[in-house]
Design a protein around this ligand. Sequence first.
Ligand code: G4P
Length: 533
Amino acid sequence: MDQDTPEAFTTAAAHEASRRRSFAIIAHPDAGKTTLTEKLLLKGGAIQLAGQVRAKGNRRATRSDWMSIEQDRGISVATSVMTFERDGLIFNLLDTPGHEDFSEDTYRTLTAVDAAVMVLDAAKGIEAQTLKLFEVCRLRDIPIITFINKMDREGRDPLELLDEIEKTLALDVSPAAWPVGQGRDLLGVYDLLDPALRMLDTADGSHIPLSGLEDPQLETLVPEGLLAELRDQAGLVTGGYPEFDREAFLQGTLTPVFFGSALRDFGVGHLLDGLARLAPPPRPRAADARMVAPGEAKLTGFVFKVQANMDPQHRDRVAFLRVCSGRLQKGARLLQVRTGKQVPVNAPLFFFAKDRQVAEEAWPGDVVGIANHGILRIGDTLTEGEPINFRGVPSFAPEHLRRVRLDDPMLAKKLNKALEQLADEGVVQIFRPLDGSPPVIGVVGLLQIDVLQSRLKVEYGVPAGFEHTQWEYLRWVTSEDRDAIARFSQFNRSELAEDHDGALVALFASDWRRKRAEEEWKMLSFHALREQH
Ligand code: G4P
C-alpha cells in the first residue's frame, strides 16, 4: 500500500491496529503464569523465547539471588514484551514481575494493555495477589479473560469457582467452556461458544465439532457417567450464567471463563482463540485534551516503563513506549510533551518476530523500546507535535518511607542526581520536604529498597543506608481551593513535601493523624493514588 498520503496512513494504522492484541497475564504466584506464557509463546512460534521465560524464575529466588540476577542482567528486554503472530494477528504479551514487591511495575504495565488474562489455580481460586491485580484492572476497565488452570489436578468444583469469581470480584462470569471430568479423570472441555469437544489427549487446538450437547457422537467420545454429568452441568451453566456479552466484557464487568492445564498444554489453544476472537484491538484512549483513536495518522504513545542498563559503564536506559495511534518509524523525531523537547528515535527496539530483528515500524498496540540517556521517564507522552498527555500511569502511595543516610557528605550531590534518575525509572519515589530537610524516599515493596541500595552503590558509587522516618502514611493533596492549600501548607509545613513532579504530599505519623487531617480539612482531597500528568 502506498503509505505516503495522510489517508493511506490512517487506513494503514487502523488496519494494523485491528490485528493487534496486547495483553498481560495476572496471577497469584504459582498459579501457572510462567508455564502458560511459555505455552502461548510456543503456540505463536516464538519458541526460543520460551526457555527464557522459565530461566527468569525470579520469584522463587532468594533476595541475594535476585540481586545477582538483576546485576547480571544488562538490558534484558527479552521478557519485557513478547510478540508472536498467529493466523494474521499480532499478539503482544507484556510481562509483569512475579514478585509482589514490584507490583507497582505490574500496575504500570497494565496501563499499556488492552486486555488481561487472569489465571487461577483450580485448587485455590481467587488468591490475595489475584484480587489486588484485579482491582487495578477494574480501575482501568480492562477486559479480563479468566483461565482456570491446573484442571489436570484435583481441584475445587468448577461451579464453586465460578461462584467465587462472581462474589469475590463482583464480576459476571460467562463460561466459554466446561470441563469434562477433572483431575485424573480430565478428558477434555466442551466448548460452549462454538459447540465442540476439545480432548485432552489430542493435539491442542484440534477439536471435534458437535451439533450440541445432544450430539450422538458424544456417546462414543465420553464415558456414560461423565457424559451425564457434563449434560447436567453444562445445562445448568448455560441457564444459570449470563451469555457472553461483548459490551459487558469490554467494560470489564463480565469475564469469559476458560478451563485448562498449562502444564499439559491443554486448553491453551482454546484460550488463544478466545483472545483472538474476544479480546479487543487497541481502542481510543483518553488524553487530557481529547480521545485519541488508534487509526489516526499521527503517532502518539506513552512511556509506561523504564529499564536501566545495569552495566555501570553504560548509563543507558530503555523507555518502553506503548504506541496509541499512527505509525512509529525508525529515525522519527518526537515531541516529549512534558518538556517540549524533541526526542530522536534513531534506534528504537522493536520486539517483532522470533529473533527480535529490528523492524522498521510499529503500530498501535505495539511496544517499542527507546534507548536514551535518562531523558524519558515514566508517564511521558510522545507525539508528532500535538501537546496532549495520556492519562493514567499511576503512582501509588508508598507503604514504606525512609530517609537516606549518607556516610560521606561529599557524595550528597551525586546521591541527589542518582535518586532523581532512579525516580524517573520508577524504582523509588522521592519526596522533598518543604522545610528543606533531606529527601524522603518511598517504596511500595521492601525489596525495592534492596534494589535501590545495590544500584546506588554499583551504578553510582554512592554507598548509602536507610533509616526509618517518623512517618507511616503519605497522601497526595489536591483542592480547587487554592487558599485552603496555602493555609494547609503554612500550618503543616514540617509534614509536607513535594513529589518528583512537584505535586504536594502530606506525611502522617499514624493512621489516626491521617484520618484527623481528612476530617479537619474537608475542602482538601487526600489521595492514595496519583495519575501522572
Ligand atoms: P507462576 O509463574 O504463576 O508463579 O507459576 P508457574 O508457571 O511457575 O507454575 C507454578 C507451579 O505449578 C510449577 O510447578 C508448575 O509446573 C505448576 N503448574 C503450572 N501449570 C500447571 C498445570 O496446569 N497443572 C499442574 N499440575 N501443574 C501446573 P513447580 O513444581 O513449582 O515448578 P517446576 O519445578 O515444575 O517448574
